[in-house]
Design a protein around this ligand. Sequence first.
Ligand code: TEU
Length: 559
Amino acid sequence: MDRKWWHDRIGYQVYPKSFLDTDGDGIGDLKGIIRKLDYLQELGIDILWISPVYPSPMVDNGYDIADYYGIDSRFGTMEDMELLLAEAKKRNIHVLMDLVVNHTSDQHEWFQKALADPDGEYGQYYYFKDGIDGRPPTNWRSYFGGSVWEKVPGYDNKFYLHLFAKEQPDLNWENKALREEIYRMVNWWLDKGIDGFRIDAIINIKKDLEWESYPADNTDGLCDVRNMLKKATGIGKFLGELRDRCFLPHGAFTVGEVFDLKEEELADFVGDNGYFSTMFAFEHVMVHYGENGWYDNGEVQFVKWRDTIFKNQLKLQEIGFESNIIENHDEPRGASHFIPEKDYGFYSVSALATLMILLRGLPFLYQGQEIGMTNCPFSSIEEYDDIETKDQYALAIESGCSEKEALLACYRQSRDNCRTPMQWDASANAGFTTGTPWLKVNPNYKEINVLAQEQEYGSVLNFYRRLLAFRKSEEYRELFTYGEFAPAYEEYDTVFAYYRTLGSKRVLVLCNYCAEPCSVKLKETYENVVFVNYPQVTCVGDMLTLEPYQVVVAELSLA
Ligand code: TEU
């Protein structure tokens, strides 16, 4: 495997709307990110992914882009962006923009021109199709609920395609002229000095052009749009072009948001000459999914969750580098999702962090994860902002859930859990804004905030700083980057353990991931305990006794 500069780096995602507001309008901004670059550097961050800051009507919080070449005035100006790039560079932080090219906003100039003349040049930038006697061309359900087809205003039997919200029409990648527009834009940003992109929802850009309906899978008469995506072939032509025309010539770093990838295509995506540098591993955030949406999701089962991570690690290590997350802006908070509420605390949060950060692949943190931010209680559906949450709430009610049950599903699963403002200190609005925050601040900000944790040696924040420094230390950097991954102690059903081995160096990462103590009979002799989350490690002979959520990283003697 070729060595690349980014293999041993650590990423961090900023959701700008909720990071830090410097002008009092209740919405975070680019100046806020600039102000916190020192904080990020001190934490140990090398790569900064910024969720979309382009002009947008914010139907999907910026994932509906109205102009690829601008900065939304809510976030600041292009000068702010340029300053951010320069300041990040000074601190050796590489900046990634979000590349959202499966769809635009319906307010984008291309779509407005397309609506005015669906049969003209810009109509070809999107998918316009005739319906069947006024009904949509197929029965596919969009990700945010309802049909993927929306009637074109002024026509009786013409529709446009949107896999996400109706305000997010899908771009037609089959059209060479559209692809050229995209490559021009991507190169424009790379020429400006960004280091690469996080690439949004990319698997959706290739449609099956048979336009077939499938058996309905619910009472709405619709079927999951993934039925169609599974049949689509030939995405490589588009992604190979994007790589060759844009990413390769600029030496860009790219991380794909790739769901539902066919296993045989893994190497094409993240192998040595893959379309992307890396992609996110998502399998473990979905282990609790039910058939019918959030109300139907179960609890995360520890063994299933652990084994899913193991399986993925093993699958990838011959091929490339995945990026590992505990949470992002589309997920609930990891500290609430992967830890039972009654067990939340320093030990459980630090154990989860250690297990995920020392895996093979690039760790990507999400803002607030480093202080153990949690899911947020919202008292009614009106308090939520997220479009997907509103859809899932409605679905739960339609399916017979009570209001309380539907809200509980949102509390567990809503994307707004991760979008509440960053908790900087114990002052009003958690120090996020002097105005009215666009989304509720989590009421626990007085206990959970950056300032308080900076002042306490034993805080989650200081633990994260030590953990990232440990991963990047001269002694262990190579091992944690290139070392082979192998599961360990799988026969214990509360233990999460694995080996990382490079040449004659091997460490064991071992954690008792539950609220009861547990004893593990060690199979090997260790030389040194090199990283811990408890002050003391109790080992008598070969019996290691672990406290609840105790994690031990030990260097082993390889005889
Ligand atoms: O998400 C893509 C995606 O597939 C989502 O539907 C995801 O599965 C879901 O949100 C999980 O709860 C990307 C962005 O990350 C997301 O924020 C956008 O809403 C979406 O694309 C549309 O651009």
